[in-house]
Design a protein. Structure first.
Lengths: 173, 391
């Protein structure tokens, strides 16, 4: 990481800490925002957060590693979380999983080499009556079938190109 | 999704207006009279909880709405928040007045991030309407609500783990006592209530304790919102009186002929067809509202495997009975699947389950063996002596 990048990140963390009150209760909100923007929370970021809140970096790491939606490792631009709990399981999540892995060429728990997609499991996400369900970042997809997987991935890919805009994405959907 | 009948018929803010005209002890008395019990599943009397928090002396108190709905098969809180957010916030404000708190926090699970903009909009609207903030409805009551996003941990549905997360720690449950009503968020008295409990409280204040008590059974009053999924014709969210039998419920949702019903989610009980006459209420089968219907074609071992996988993944790892016990039960299910489990070992696993129920620190570990124990008890003939073809 360039020095200037580090300085920028440190500045952002400082601003976030101030926004959330500069105390321990700010820890999870800060990590959530950093994770959302940079798709990872690396050692440097954890050190700065720790300094800012006056705690040991291990404390930050212990919290970051505890929660499923945090985690220090880098993830793709789109995190696909397929629900694996009973109701979605009974409605055929296994085949959706298989197709997802085939189409992306990675297994669950991995990220594509281009850093665009990560596949993760979710434990019951409260869509049991409309399964199989999955989250793509914050968006919910219900009644997912293996045939629909391709369509959903394409929908994400359309936003990758340099000319892609939010509007274009909507238009193509 | 059609709106829930009872919640939809409530006049807006009538409960809050009623609460404004009552003294704090009177609000709590109404809640006690109604017999409302916590809708998250544990079933602690709400009036009593509010009373403890009201009696505690502190400079600051908190009302926390537990919207970390994570129990497998539960989605009623999502629907309540989508359709009746006002009622939930109204309930929180009433609780705020009752216990003397000025701040409320909604702990919304990370998976429901998409609900947040909508909820923030409702909060803004309420601030503009003078239903939140200072001088609520022209009185001297001050109360505001903020939303805290969870970060993906089932354990945070446990109230002390939830408070740990709010404070910026790992979601590991605390020892109880002290209870949150005395030593909660930031060491201050805090009431932690489920989304449905708070919405129901607003209804009770509006229509009165007697109206609420008229439905349900003696120990489980009122209506309950159920999340129904699995092998039935009409999965979705339902409103039923407490005390409904499993058979009646199955008839309503088009699940007649089911092999078994899981009541209360992965941590609940597995009820076989022979016991469908039992009632869903705190007297018999307690529930947080999760109903999962299993058709005749379902293999109960697959179901158990899924549940135990879930618990192994979601155990916070703090105490040994839960951290290792769930793992052992999962291994046991794998042995059963392969047809390699002796009766003696199965009995040992059941004894382990009993130990977990007694020795685990929080509700997760205490309830995670329930499904295993009830399946072993009710479907034993299906479990033993499997041949390879079953795998």
């Amino acid at each position: 990481m360039l020095m200037t990048d580090r300085e920028r990140l440190a500045g952002e963390i400082k601003a976030l800490a101030e926004k959330h009150g500069n105390c321990r209760t700010a820890l999870i909100p800060i990590v959530q925002e950093i994770k959302q923007k940079y798709r990872k929370v690396d050692d440097f970021a954890m050190q700065v957060i720790a300094d800012q809140l006056g705690i040991h970096p291990v404390e930050v790491y212990s919290v970051v590693s505890f929660y499923a939606f945090l985690g220090s490792a880098a993830h793709g631009k789109y995190i696909i979380r397929l629900c694996r709990t009973i109701s979605c399981d009974m409605q055929g999540k296994e085949r959706v999983m298989r197709q997802m892995e085939n189409d992306l060429g990675i297994r669950f728990g991995e990220t594509t080499a281009d850093g665009k997609f990560s596949l993760e499991w979710a434990n019951c996400m409260g869509m049991c009556d409309q399964g199989p369900a999955m989250l793509v970042n914050e968006k919910v997809y219900t009644h997912v079938t293996p045939e629909k997987v391709h369509e959903i991935l394409e929908e994400c890919r359309r936003s990758f190109g340099v000319h892609a805009t939010e509007q274009k994405e909507v238009y193509l959907v | 999704m059609s709106p829930l009948p009872t919640f939809s018929t409530m006049a807006p803010e009538a409960g809050l207006k009623q609460a404004m005209s009552l003294s704090r002890p009177d609000i709590i008395e109404t809640m006690k009279q109604s017999g409302l019990k916590g809708r998250g599943g544990a079933g602690f009397p709400t009036g009593m909880k509010w009373n403890f928090a009201a009696a505690a002396q502190a400079a600051e108190k908190f009302v926390i709405c537990n919207a970390d709905e994570g129990e497998p098969g539960t989605f009623k809180d999502r629907v309540i928040l989508q359709e009746h957010a006002d009622l939930v916030f109204e309930g929180m404000t009433i609780a705020g007045k009752a216990i003397g708190a000025r701040s409320g926090i909604v702990f919304l699970r990370g998976e429901y991030t998409y609900l947040r903009p909508q909820l923030e909009a409702v909060l803004d609207k309420r601030r503009k309407q003078k239903l939140l903030g200072k001088d609520i409805l022209g009185s001297d009551l001050e109360f505001d609500i903020r939303i805290f996003m969870g970060a993906g941990a089932y354990i945070c549905g446990e109230e002390t783990a939830l408070i740990e997360a709010l404070e910026g720690f790992r979601g590991e449950p605390r020892n109880r006592p002290p209870f949150p009503v005395n030593t909660g968020f930031l060491g201050r008295p805090s009431v932690v209530n489920n989304v449905e409990t708070l919405a129901s409280a607003a209804c009770i204040l509006q229509k009165g304790a007697d109206w609420w008590k008229a439905t349900g059974t003696a120990n489980s009053t009122g209506i309950k919102i159920f999340s129904v999924s699995g092998d039935c014709e009409k999965p979705g969210v339902y409103e039923f009186p407490m005390g409904i039998t499993v058979a009646q419920l199955l008839k309503e949702v088009g699940g007649v002929g089911a092999k078994a019903v899981q009541v209360g989610g992965a941590s609940g009980l597995c009820i076989p067809a022979s016991q469908f006459k039992r009632i869903i209420a705190f007297e018999d089968i307690p529930t947080g509202g999760s109903i999962i219907v299993f058709g005749q074609q379902r293999d109960m071992l697959d179901v158990l495997h899924n549940f135990l996988d879930f618990f192994v993944d979601e155990s916070c790892g703090q105490c040994t009975p839960c951290r290792l016990g769930n793992r052992k039960l999962l291994e046991g299910v794998e042995l059963l699947r392969e047809g390699k489990c002796s009766m003696a070992y199965l009995q040992e696993l059941c004894a382990l389950g009993d130990t977990m129920q007694i020795a685990s620190k929080c509700g997760l570990g205490q309830s995670s063996p329930s499904a295993f124990l009830s399946v072993v008890k009710n479907f034993r003939e299906e479990l033993m002596g499997r041949t390879y073809s079953h795998v």
